[in-house]
Design a protein around this ligand. Structure first.
Ligand SMILES: Cc1cc2nc3c(=O)[nH]c(=O)nc-3n(C[C@H](O)[C@H](O)[C@H](O)COP(=O)(O)O)c2cc1C
Length: 177
């Protein structure tokens, strides 16, 4: 699981617990932006694994490339609450932090659940980035219309955690045959 700097990042906590209840082992990477909203300690406690939040930390592996391990370990990757910035970086193949590098160093399916204000979601740049991800096979889930962090109503609200769980489990079933 990959967590980025949207207000809805806190929903990653509930998602980890729900996925584990459904039999998934969850390992988490987070962006510097995500750390402005939730802590690595919380995600570590809930997942039961160290959180990859610094590409340059030595980690536990001898080769010191936790992003390569996470990229290849996961059967399915899920990015929540995917920020406009993360979507842009993924669309352009950036590998500039633990999350984007792990997501470039993988052949596993990617599910993206965006969360942002309506103007960001509807911006032509975001639309193009989303289409680029879709055209490469990424699965976009939501966002939906509803109350946003700013208090406004509109498109951009992250889908419910239950919907993400369902989509992840479907991809797991697909990838394990
Ligand atoms: C209070 C606050 C709330 C924010 N909420 C969002 C959000 O919901 N969605 C989003 O795409 N960006 C949001 N941003 C902007 C991102 O946090 C910013 O683009 C950041 O660089 C994202 O980094 P990351 O994608 O590497 O996590 C917010 C910024 C602030 C200061």
């Amino acid at each position: 699981m990959h967590v980025s700097g949207s207000v809805a990042a806190f929903k990653a906590c509930e998602l980890i617990t729900a996925l584990r209840k459904n039999g998934c082992e969850v390992r988490v990477a987070m962006t510097a932006g995500a750390k402005r909203f939730i802590t690595a300690a919380t995600l570590r406690s809930l997942s039961g694994h160290p959180v990859l939040d610094d590409m340059w930390a030595n980690g536990t592996e001898a080769h010191g490339m936790g992003h390569i391990d996470l990229g290849s370990w996961a059967g399915v990757h899920v990015a929540v609450a995917a920020s406009a910035s993360l979507i842009a970086r993924l669309a352009h193949g950036f590998a500039d932090d633990a999350v984007t590098t792990s997501l470039l160093a993988t052949r596993a399916p990617l599910l993206v659940a965006p969360a942002m204000e309506t103007a960001m979601w509807e911006h032509p740049a975001t639309r193009a980035n989303v289409e680029a991800l879709r055209s490469r096979g990424a699965h976009l889930l939501g966002p939906v219309s509803g109350r946003l962090a700013s208090g406004a109503e509109g498109d951009g609200r992250m889908v419910e955690v239950a919907a993400v769980v369902e989509a992840v489990l479907a991809l797991v079933r697909e990838s394990t045959g």
